[in-house]
Ligand binder design. Sequence first.
Ligand code: NAD
Length: 314
Amino acid sequence: MAINERKVAIVGCGFVGSASAFALMESGLFSEMVLIDVNRDKAEGEALDISHGLPFAKPMQIYAGDYSDAGDAAVVIVTAGAGQKPGETRLDLVKKNIGIFRAIIPEIAKYNTEGILLIVANPVDILTYVAAKLSGFPENRVFGSGTVLDTARFKYLLGERLKVDSRSIHAFIIGEHGDSEIAVWSSANVSGIPIHDICEMRGFYEHEKAMKDIADDVKNSAYRIIEKKGATYYGIAESVRRICEAIIRDEKSILPVSSIQHGEFGVEDIALSMPAVVGRSGVQGTVPIRLSEEETKALLASAETLKVVLDDAF
Ligand code: NAD
């Protein structure tokens, strides 16, 4: 089936799927959006509710459907799966959500052979790998939201601390979207000014402590939010919108999405996040940012953590 460049499908209409649908409706990027959920009423309810915002946005068709309706979607976003409960890590979800993916991914691939699969459900790195294998899609067309959200949290926290616009901060979280993720301090900068220099310009000198506190804060953001309100969804919804924008507008933006690595920094046959060029054909290659020795070691440890979980579960 020929792809409709203006169509998106969302599989899973819980907190994350519906917030992403809302963000995409507001964005005006697509003119058709199909919502798919095992709970059909939920998908229909969300489609109606979000459609009622259309007179304030841009015209589009939003409806509940099934996998055959996703056959011509340019992007299929998968958010279906159990979420973390308070105290649960993302890796704890692995068996449950691989089971759900064994049901969903072949259904998507039965009807859609040319679209991009954007994986959001957790553990996102493991599920990205699983989706690539189960779909048989070329690897550039299967990737996960990865640490796009963690990187946004990182920039937000740095922006708040330094009192600068978070969009002027260039810094990445890489590796697992989870406990073993790495804050890449060695290349972090604000409009070209190395991070430690701008910290000192703003009156902050205890770099070691600040780096640890901020990286921990990023890592623990989801746990804190889940403890207070049961789920996280607005930050990830904006991340999904941003990734779709890079794809549909063929922006070739550099985003830390999760994709299967082949030897970069010695990471082999595992999906994790590295800054990558994202455009209409999906992931068009990773960007070899400079890492310190310590960051490289941490990246390899992150990959090993994921490998152990993957080998055990898939
Ligand atoms: P949720 O429970 O609110 O929603 C999950 C939805 O999936 C439900 O509507 C459910 O009916 C549907 N579903 C379950 N099995 C299905 C199937 N076989 N086919 C179709 N639909 C099915 O959960 P949520 O809070 O929306 O979280 C969804 C996922 O997103 C979780 O795995 C969560 O950990 C993850 N998440 C990822 C990020 C990220 O940065 N990648 C951020 C937040 C949440």
